[in-house]
Design a binder for this molecule. Sequence first.
Ligand SMILES: *Cc1c(COP(=O)(O)O)cnc(C)c1O
Length: 295
Amino acid sequence: MLDFDFYSPEEEIALPLYKERGVRVFVKRDDLIHPYISGNKWRKLKYPLQQAKTDGKTLLVTFGGAWSNHLLATACAGARFGFRTYGFVRGDRLDNPVLQLCQLFGMELHFVDRERYRDKKALFNIYFRDSREAYFMDEGGYGALAAEGCSEIANEICDTYDHLFCACGTGTTLAGLAKGITTRQWKTTLHGVPVLKGGSFILDEIAKLGIINPANVRLHLDYHFGGYAKTKPELIEFIKTFTRQTSILIEPTYTGKLFYAVHDLIAQKQITSGSKVLVFHSGGLTGILGMLNRF
Ligand SMILES: *Cc1c(COP(=O)(O)O)cnc(C)c1O
C-alpha cells in the first residue's frame, strides 16, 4: 500500500458576512496534507501510483503547464514512493520555481509546443511505446482511479453539511465527491466552481468518469474571472482580505475563485440562513509564486 498519514481537519471560519447571514462555513483543510503533494493532487495520485506499483512500473510519465500543481505533486510523490518521473511541459522551454522544484525532486522535463501537447497519448507513444517501465498519467491527474481517491474525502468528513463546494479544473475532484456523497446517501448539495471559461463541459467529464446525472450537483459558471489562470482586481482584493481575516492562504487560480464564489452566493442569499457549508480547500499554493506580482 502506498499511503502516508496526514492531517486534514474541518475548521470553521467565522467571517462577519457569514454571521450576518446566519450561515456557518467550514473548510476541509486538504491544503495541510503536504506542501508539494498537496490537496486533491494527493487524492488523485494515490490509486494510479498503487496501480503502477502493482504493474511493476517504475517511471511515471505525465503532463502539465509550466505552473502545474499536478507536475510538482507527481515529482515529489515519485521521489517519496520510489518512482522516476518524466513531465511533458506545455509550451516553450522556460524556468520558474515550480519547474525547478520538479527537477529537484528528480523529474525529467520535456517541453513541447502547444500543438503537439494536445494529443497526450500520441506523445506518450512516440517516446514510451516500447518501454515496460513507463506508466501514463493524464494531465491534471484526470481519470477514474483519481476520482476514486477523491471519493474517499467523504469518508473523513465528520459533520453533516447542507452544502459542499469545490473548485473544478478537469472535474475529477467533483466526480469523486459526487460519488462519495451518493454512496453515503447524504442530502448535501454539491457545488462545483469551474475555474475556466465554458465550464459546463465538466458535467460531461464527470459522466465519462461514471457519475451520470448525479443528484444535487450544481455548477456555478460565472466565477472564472476571464478564464484559466486569469485574474481581476476584485479577486486579488478578495484574496488579500480573506487571508488576513482567516490566516488560510488561497491563490488566484483555483481556491481564490472558489472562496469568492462561496462568499458571493452567501451575500446574495442563495445559501439560506441556517445552512452549514463545507468548502474543500484543494491546496495548490505553490501556484501563487507565479502570481505574486499581481498582489
Ligand atoms: C488541480 C487543482 C484543482 C482541479 O481539480 P480537478 O480534479 O482537475 O477538477 C483544484 N484545485 C487545486 C488547488 C488544484 O491544484
